[in-house]
Design a protein around this ligand. Structure first.
Ligand SMILES: *Cc1c(COP(=O)(O)O)cnc(C)c1O
Length: 362
């Protein structure tokens, strides 16, 4: 059956059973199948990954003026929820082996700013961060680890699924992610009490009274039964999608071998879902990522620079930023890095064509 077939079946089911309300079988089934696919203890389906990050902040007890250390090289959605709870972000530089949070910079930040309430680590473009080191540091200081696995659904580290390492893990099913519910997210957690609390906060924080009674501020973050129907359908193509993404990465790797481009490195203990194939232009070439993006665009090929580091964003100009003691890695990656077209609808010939255009630039 085509991709859309499964989704339509579950959506139809939701209508047939008159379960269009933000409750119902699709939500429970989507949560259950994700939970078992991930090997997670608890899962709460939400309207976005950003909402899941916001709830993680609340569950972690992050509040006004608490410090939260967040990966510097990421999408703004990783960092914005720190501001939602009036906490203070400090951005942590990346290392070159995975492009994610540098454990040495994390230790430096603790020495410099003290122990934060929480750490937000990201598996950039699906590539697992150095979780052994980061988990060890968080355990040592008693820091709550929030794992932003929005881009890393299907990635593993020592065989364990990304999103299940932190006290809280978050997934995204936004339109551009590896699977989509048109828009949606999920919070993974280890304690039943946290899952119950997240569910309550996501549904306007209603207390168990016959009337509408509230003792804390609530949100409207629950996933709808229609979106969850799409999610149930998408679960059936998830494994295949990851395989396709990885095949695209492999094709780029073979093609770009003789060119002065280095793909995002994949450490031996981890398997990336290769959500996006990304690369940096090697040193000594007079080509920036911006130049390469416009050259590709002239051939009708859409590409992007890497995420612009958070410490360099005007909105976070006041925030702290800590490196491992050398010059900024995230800035260097941003200057030289590019996200290559990686849509699973691409054919291998399409990948080859992108590589031909890149080849013509050197
Ligand atoms: C997409 C994304 C999010 C946010 O997910 P939404 O579902 O779009 O709110 C958070 N973090 C990262 C790294 C992302 O790529």
């Amino acid at each position: 059956m085509s991709d859309a077939g499964y989704e339509l079946e579950y959506i139809h089911d939701a209508f047939a059973k008159n379960w269009i309300a933000p409750l119902g079988e699709n939500v429970t089934e989507f949560e259950n199948s994700m939970k078992s696919w991930m090997g997670a203890e608890y899962a709460v389906a939400l309207s976005s990954g950003t909402g899941a990050l916001h709830l993680s902040m609340l569950l972690a007890g992050v509040s006004k003026e608490d410090k939260v250390f967040c990966q510097d090289l990421t999408f703004a959605a990783s960092a914005n929820p720190i501001a939602y709870v009036d906490a203070v972000p400090v951005f942590i530089d990346s290392e070159r082996e995975t492009w994610n949070m540098d454990p040495v910079a994390l230790e430096n930040a603790i020495q410099q700013y003290g122990v934060p309430k929480a750490v937000v680590v990201v598996h950039l473009y699906g590539n697992p961060a150095k979780m052994d080191e980061i988990c060890r540091i968080c355990e040592k200081y008693g820091i709550i680890l929030i794992e932003d696995a929005a881009e890393a659904l299907g990635s593993t580290y020592h065989g364990q699924k990304c999103g299940t390492f932190g006290e809280y893990g978050i997934l995204s099913f936004n339109g551009n992610k590896i699977i989509t519910t048109s828009g949606g997210g999920m919070l993974l957690c280890k304690k039943e009490a946290d899952a119950m609390h997240a569910l309550k906060l996501a549904t306007q924080a209603r207390e168990a009274f016959p009337w509408y009674q509230h003792t804390e501020i609530g949100y409207n973050y629950r996933m709808s039964n229609i979106c969850a129907g799409i999610g149930r359908g998408q679960m059936k193509v998830l494994t295949e999608r990851v395989a396709l993404k990885r095949a695209i990465y492999q094709r780029y790797k073979e093609n770009l071998q003789e060119l002065p481009l280095s793909l995002q490195p994949m450490p031996g203990n981890a398997v990336s879902n290769c959500w996006l194939t990304t690369a940096i232009i090697q040193d000594g070439y007079d080509i920036t990522s911006i130049k390469m993006v416009s050259a590709l665009s002239a051939c009708d090929i859409e590409s992007r620079p890497l995420w612009k580091p958070m410490h360099a964003q005007p909105v976070f100009a006041e925030a702290g930023y800590v490196t491992a003691g050398h010059e900024s890695v995230s800035e260097d990656l941003f200057r030289r890095g590019i996200c290559l077209p990686s849509d699973t609808k691409m054919k291998m010939e399409d990948v080859d064509r992108v590589c031909e255009v890149i080849r013509s630039l050197f």
